[in-house]
Design a protein around this ligand. Structure first.
Ligand code: THU
Length: 143
């Protein structure tokens, strides 16, 4: 989708809902989709991919980030996350940390739905204040 007009929150959420259809969630039966909008206008989908060894499960948001970075994109504008209807879903702590890695200024827009299905938007900085990041490693005294 590079070169097209930037898509709005509703369109990005529609892409996340579509990505949800690919979820591999036989254990939780809690399917999640994500759509990550890159700075070049590309929308990268992700879904949760569960594993019989439960700890090997990866969330939809991290799937999208890993796919985007693998494809050469690491500048992102927004991410929409779609879970089951009827609940307000926010990215888990691990996903907040991974999203923060690629938005060290905290400006990445995070679009979710509330329990009634209405769109809500915030930023990764609001969801993960005082995040640990690369500058902390740089600032540390090294023996
Ligand atoms: N999950 C996501 O993919 N994203 C979220 O924001 C919350 C949780 C997944 C992980 C697991 O496959 C299932 O939802 C239940 O935790």
């Amino acid at each position: 989708m590079a070169g097209m007009d930037p898509i709005d929150d509703a369109a990005l959420m529609a892409a996340a809902e579509a990505a949800r259809g690919a979820a591999h969630a036989p254990y939780s039966r809690f399917a999640v989709g994500a759509a990550l909008l890159a700075a070049d206008g590309t929308v990268v989908p992700g879904c949760n991919v569960e594993n019989a060894s439960f700890g090997a499960t990866i969330c939809a948001e991290r799937t999208a980030v890993v796919s985007a970075v693998s494809g050469g994109r690491r500048r992102f504008v927004a991410i929409a996350v779609a879970g089951p209807a009827g609940i307000a879903l926010g990215p888990c702590g691990l996903c907040r940390q991974v999203l923060s890695e690629f938005s060290p200024d905290g400006s990445l827009r995070v679009v979710t739905r509330d329990a009634a299905g209405a769109l809500r938007a915030t930023t990764i900085g609001a969801l993960l204040p005082a995040a640990f990041g690369a500058t902390d490693l740089d600032a540390a005294a090294k023996p």
